[in-house]
Ligand binder design. Structure first.
Ligand code: NAI
Ligand code: MG
Length: 492
């Protein structure tokens, strides 16, 4: 016993160590009351006459009103993009195009704190993630593709790359600004102009990005931002003057878009859902794997297409792993996205919360065992406690379908062959994780896993130089790296 511990006059250690709040400044970002559409470099009211509200999922407060673009608005935006493409952008010296992209990258860095706060307010993700992941990666994508803009002949030797024309881009709500960067940076570097539609619950960083374009003095019409819902997206897909559609979102909508475009000659890339296996062998560094498992499924509330939502554990380490994992879960801090100590923020929308609840109810009904750590949730807003299911049947919905929430399903395996078979037993094929000490086993596994990305002894790592995309129902086409450029080019 230490001297202090022996002393009677010293207060005993509290049973519960509470963190003091560590709020990021809310007022670093100011939203307008209303945002019009960004067409030909101007903010314009929608011809549709329709508007809708975007709210904070953590407080349910309205943040701003945004336009709901109808068919006529989509047509005007595509017209502006065509005009900018024909009369300037596609003929611009490539090094000039690069200059604009470098400017955008630098402005994103300069305004990163403001944009990170906006992202967390509008979408509910923890500030430490928008600050340390979304914003740095968004800037990195612009830097990376700025570098390629004047080197396309070197990226594709002897192939004479040319831009496609006008790209229509539809993005989801889980990484709003980062998905914007994934879409806009390669498109512009390749010489295309764009019409981008953000998701209905998270339009604000895309609207702030219009100010970044203005600051960078990007020529009008090169980037057009139209807010709206699924009907707006559908108008964009159907527009006859769009040369390429790039979509990230649900498999269901992706399939509908593919049907719509079949036989039209419009270029298409789809980045859809996933049900990644995170595979843990008994020779792994267990504590490191626990961190990887937690990052794999609870990062961004599990609203991640490549989330490690199916944990495959080698039977011999099942007991210690699950008990360590449960203990780790009790330390996750769920709450205010703007608090710098928060690990798990708000669920993006009421609709998504209901979807998650429904999946979790089905898991219990199908006989899986649920574990949720004790957790105090805020009264207002949309929240879900980090959840683990054990005793999960391979055929159950929680093992097969994308939940897109902080819910992990644990399954077991005995041999590497069985791990591969179980991992590949899914309609998806976006990503996978392997935890083992043996390099040879990593290579053996990566050759057999049908997934676009396989992480070894890590999870959810992203880099602009590395292509990302899926097999099977996870979609087709790659984003990132030279592959990502290729998706915005045609070759003679
Ligand atoms: P969603 O696929 O409906 O939305 C994604 C984007 O597509 C939004 O911008 C939306 O406005 C647009 N959109 C919707 N219908 C459209 C149509 N007919 N034509 C063109 N664009 C359209 O996804 P939702 O409903 O928000 O989420 C449902 C499920 O989808 C989630 O629970 C999750 O499983 C999955 N999802 C996967 C994502 C991924 O990153 N792969 C992202 C978002 C959702
Ligand atoms: Mg919102």
């Amino acid at each position: 016993m230490t001297d202090v511990a022996k002393r009677k006059d010293v207060a005993p250690a509290p049973l519960e160590w509470e963190y003091a709040p560590a709020p990021e400044a809310r007022d670093i970002v100011r939203f307008e009351e209303r945002y019009g559409l960004f067409v030909a470099g101007e903010h314009v009211d929608p011809k549709s006459g329709q508007w809708f509200a975007t709210t904070s999922p953590a407080s349910e407060e309205q943040l701003a009103e945004v336009a709901l673009a109808g068919a006529e608005d989509v047509d005007l935006a595509v017209g502006a993009a065509r005009e900018a493409y024909e009369n300037g952008w596609s003929g611009l010296r490539p090094s000039e195009r690069a200059k604009y992209l470098f400017r955008i990258a630098r402005i994103l860095q300069e305004r990163s704190r403001e944009l990170a706060v906006a992202e967390s307010l509008d979408g509910g993700k923890p500030i430490k993630e928008s600050r340390d992941v979304d914003l740095p990666l968004a800037a990195a994508h612009f830097f990376y593709y700025a570098g390629w803009a004047d080197k396309l002949e070197y990226a594709f030797p002897n192939r004479r790359p040319r831009p496609l024309g006008v790209a229509g881009q539809i993005i989801p709500w889980n990484f709003p600004l980062l998905m914007l960067a994934w879409k806009i940076a390669p498109a512009l570097a390749a010489g295309n102009t764009v019409v981008l539609k953000p998701a209905e619950t998270t339009p604000l960083t895309a609207l702030l990005f219009t100010d970044v374009c203005r600051q960078a003095e990007l020529p009008p019409g090169v980037v057009n931002i139209i807010t709206g819902d699924g009907s707006t997206g559908a108008h964009l897909v159907k527009h006859p003057d769009v040369n390429k559609i790039a979509f990230t979102g649900s498999t269901e909508v992706g399939k509908a878009i593919q049907r719509e475009l079949a036989g039209t000659g419009t270029h298409l890339t789809l980045e859809l859902g996933g049900k990644a296996a995170n595979i843990v062998f008994d020779d792994c560094a267990l504590d490191q794997a626990i961190e990887g498992i937690v990052n794999g499924i609870y990062f961004n509330q599990g609203h991640v297409c490549c989330a490690g939502s199916r944990l495959l554990v080698q039977e011999s380490i099942y007991e210690p792993l699950v008990s360590k994992l449960k203990r780790r879960l009790t330390t996750l801090r769920v709450g205010d996205p703007l608090d710098k100590n928060t690990d798990v923020g708000a669920i993006n929308s009421k609709a998504q919360l209901e979807r998650i609840r429904e999946f979790v109810a089905s898991g219990t009904e199908e006989g899986a065992e649920i574990y949720q750590p004790p957790c105090r949730l805020p009264e207002k807003g949309y929240w879900f406690v980090p959840t683990v299911f054990t005793n999960v049947a391979q055929s159950s919905r929680i093992a097969q379908e994308e939940i897109f929430g902080p819910v992990l399903s644990v399954l077991t395996f005995r041999t590497p062959e069985e791990a591969v078979e179980k991992a590949n037993n899914t309609a998806y094929g976006l990503s996978a994780g392997v935890w083992t000490e043996k390099g040879s086993r990593i290579l053996w596994m990566t050759e057999r896993l049908r997934a676009g990305v396989v992480w070894a002894n890590t999870f959810n790592r992203f880099d602009p130089t590395s292509p990302f995309g899926g097999y099977k129902e996870s979609g087709f086409g790659r984003e990132g790296g030279r592959h990502g450029l290729e998706a915005y080019l045609t070759f003679d």
